[in-house]
Design a protein around this ligand. Structure first.
Ligand code: NDP
Length: 331
């Protein structure tokens, strides 16, 4: 039985992506075989597919895709049986081992999460790693006592996958959400997701004015990093918390200890990749319960076939995508 997959090969000109027909003997080791229904295109996938970031640590040829949802075809683990709907995000799929851009994939049983009640497989991939990361960020703010009555929270890179999801989740939890975005055209979209007001991207992107600026934020979800994160840290109020989850604007961070020792600010790192199983399941149950069907529809940028993943990756890296791109493998 042959099936299609997007295969990356290393050539003298760089990484080349093409759709190829594979058979199951090519798949990696694992105790569960899954028929993949949908995947998605995340920022990390875009870096991997274009070869512009050092994402892939496995051998080439390589099948990328850090997210997938599908149906179990065969399982050597008592945890899963044929027909179960499962999702897998992170754990190194699409980085160390083959991932979601394949109609079939072999995975390790402990990586899988049951598709939560209330979500369709398609909706699970609209959410994907982006939504999962946004939920972990929202949970981090709540765990650090940042409640909606404490003041405004800011989301940076707001029109992207993680940002859009964070706006929707935080607004749904009753926070007053300020969306920092480089896309003025995305204001209506973000307002529909629940953003109360907007900041132009350059305002925080210019970096901190002073090590300790006027306190503006009770908390933050930062998908941008670099000078933007440094500005957010300098403007976060007493005992506020910043969930640092991204680097769309830069991976370096130049800051001072003042916000930490004079305001008790917490900088909470978010790593969706290795998030432990029990927290993972709780986050997915929260996502199924909290995100409305309308919001998920609004956040779906478009559905694409495998062949269109390289082009979509270029758009993501150019910062032109609003919301989430789903890869349809179900047809
Ligand atoms: P997207 O490309 O969907 O969103 C990124 C957004 O950041 C863009 O839409 C844009 O938003 C903004 N942006 C883009 N380029 C720049 C720039 N040069 N300077 C400032 N802002 C910029 O990506 P994702 O939402 O999938 O991922 C966002 C970040 O989070 C990435 O760095 C990704 O690697 C990281 N990530 C981390 C995870 C973790 O576990 N920690 C998991 C998933 C993602 P706007 O136009 O609105 O400003």
């Amino acid at each position: 039985m042959r099936f299609d997959a997007l295969v990356l090969e290393k050539t003298p000109e760089g990484v080349k992506a093409s759709v190829q027909a594979l058979d199951e003997t090519r798949l990696p080791e694992g105790d569960v075989l899954v028929e993949v229904l949908y995947s998605s295109v995340n920022y990390k996938d875009a870096l991997a597919v274009t070869g512009r970031g050092k994402i892939i640590r496995g051998d080439y040829p390589f099948v990328p895709g850090i997210d997938l949802v599908g149906r179990v075809l065969a399982s050597e683990s008592p945890a899963w049986k044929p027909g179960d709907l499962v999702l897998c995000t992170g754990w190194g799929i699409g980085e160390n081992t083959w991932g979601g851009y394949s109609r079939r994939q072999r995975l390790r049983s402990e990586w899988l999460v049951p598709l939560p009640e209330g979500l369709t497989p398609l909706e699970a991939m609209v959410i994907g790693t982006a939504g999962f990361t946004a939920m972990l960020s929202a949970m981090a703010l709540a765990d650090h006592g940042v409640t909606p009555d404490r003041g405004e929270v800011v989301v940076t890179g707001a029109s992207g996958g993680v940002g859009s999801m964070a706006v929707a989740i935080l607004a749904g939890r009753g926070y007053r959400v300020v969306a920092s975005t480089g896309k003025a055209a995305a204001h209506d979209y973000l307002a529909a997701l629940g953003a109360a007001r907007f900041l132009p991207r350059e305002e925080l992107g210019a970096g901190p004015h002073r090590p300790l600026d006027s306190a503006r934020w009770a908390g933050a979800v930062d998908a941008v990093g670099g000078a933007t994160l440094a500005a957010v840290i300098s403007q976060t109020g007493r005992h506020g918390c910043i969930a640092a989850c991204g680097l769309a604007g830069g991976h370096e961070l130049h800051t001072t200890v003042f916000p930490f020792i004079l305001r008790g600010v917490t900088l909470q790192g978010i790593d969706s990749n290795t998030c432990p199983g029990p927290v993972r399941r709780r986050a997915w149950e929260n996502l199924a319960r909290e995100l409305s069907k309308e919001a998920l529809q609004r956040m779906t940028s478009r559905m694409i076939p495998l062949e269109a993943v390289p082009e979509a990756s270029e758009e993501i890296l150019a910062g032109r995508v609003q919301g989430r791109i789903v890869v349809d493998l179900s047809a």
